[in-house]
Design a protein around this ligand. Structure first.
Ligand SMILES: [Zn+2]
Length: 344
């Protein structure tokens, strides 16, 4: 018998019933999901990013994401925007992207093409026009190897020639911003503002609210971004209620998008911030050896029993921010469905 994709415990059921079920609209678009097989990813990888992400799910075929929604959001109708998970230059980009294209056609899900910065404008245009991709997903580790990881900037992996094509076709750019300063980093902010001004028709989505997982990551970012009218923010894999409040206040409900970042958010955890750094509080033994990972901390087995899903934590934190700022039912429906529908 096939192993269950997600195990739903009583605590999860209670969490969903009491906190999330009535808050979530029936129709949902999840703007940020990774769908892929492990076989598309190279064994030999040049980057050593945080390792816990690999431990939650080795792969996430389309059947698994459907099953995840069914188990985690009973009674809701969730449409994912799908893209691959290719962060090494040795990964098989052709197979990874073709699989997304097949799934998109078969299940009628919108899809993003996972692009490398070296790909020509002509090739990108073909992907949008002939293959019906709604835009691009890009990633920092695909930048030229001569640039050291702390020096990578947005245009190193989302180059101007690709932005021009996206602008011409009103397409999406799903952007996980680089740099250890995260959202408040001045070079990130400067380049985000250049994209906003120079490519006004690009639907630029700043993933995870620019990786502002802790309050300290915001700095004066929202003041500097107050001039923007186009760029959007997904709050996937973020559980920071205070960051959500600032986002809602400064950006307004029309440019915020719900995203899950599945499969990673199937993880059992609760997130805390300590001295401006995030820590995932996890049950003991569930995600391998966490002793060398400063972003992970195990709790006692009893405490671990009380932990539910990362994704539930994300939505519950957003709900608290939304309540505090008196968002309306319409605002919630915009954030979880209509805003995504509008840009797709
Ligand atoms: Zn992601």
């Amino acid at each position: 018998m096939k192993k269950q994709v997600v195990e739903i415990k009583d605590i999860d059921k209670q969490y969903y019933e009491s906190e999330l079920k009535d808050f979530l609209p029936k129709e949902i678009i999840d703007i940020h999901t990774h769908v892929y097989y492990a076989k598309f990813r190279a064994e030999k990888r040049e980057s050593h990013n945080v390792t816990w992400t690999q431990l939650v799910a080795k792969e996430n075929p389309i059947e698994d994401i459907k099953e995840t929604y069914k188990a985690m959001f009973p009674g809701k109708n969730v449409t994912p925007v799908i893209f691959s998970n290719l962060s090494s230059k040795n990964d098989d980009f052709e197979k990874g992207n073709n699989y997304i294209k097949e799934c998109s056609e078969k299940h009628n899900y919108p899809a993003l093409y996972f692009a490398r910065p070296t790909e020509s404008a002509k090739k990108i245009e073909e992907k949008l026009i002939k293959e019906n991709f709604s835009g691009l997903k890009v990633y920092l580790s695909l930048s030229d190897a001569s640039i050291s990881s702390e020096d990578i900037t947005i245009f190193d992996f989302l180059p101007h020639h690709q932005l021009e094509v996206l602008n011409k076709h009103n397409a999406i750019a799903m952007l996980h911003i680089p740099r250890s300063g995260r959202l408040k980093d001045p070079i990130n902010l400067e380049q985000m503002l250049i994209i906003e001004e120079r490519y006004p028709k690009v639907k630029l989505i700043i993933a995870h609210i620019g990786r502002a997982y802790c309050t300290e990551d915001m700095g004066d970012a929202f003041e500097r971004l107050s001039v923007t009218e186009n760029m959007l923010f997904d709050f996937s894999a973020n559980t920071n209620e205070h960051v959500f409040e600032e986002l809602i206040k400064r950006v307004g409900p029309k440019r915020i998008l719900f995203g899950s970042d599945l499969p990673i958010t199937r993880m059992r955890m609760r997130r805390e911030c300590e001295n401006g750094k995030y820590i995932n509080i996890v049950p003991p033994g569930l995600y391998g050896d966490t002793s060398k990972d400063p972003n992970m901390r195990e709790v006692t087995p009893e405490e671990g029993e009380k932990l539910s899903f990362f994704l539930y934590e994300e939505i519950a934190a957003f709900k608290r921010a939304a309540k505090k700022l008196n968002l309306t039912r319409q605002d919630i429906e915009d954030i979880f469905y209509n805003n995504a529908k509008r840009i797709l």
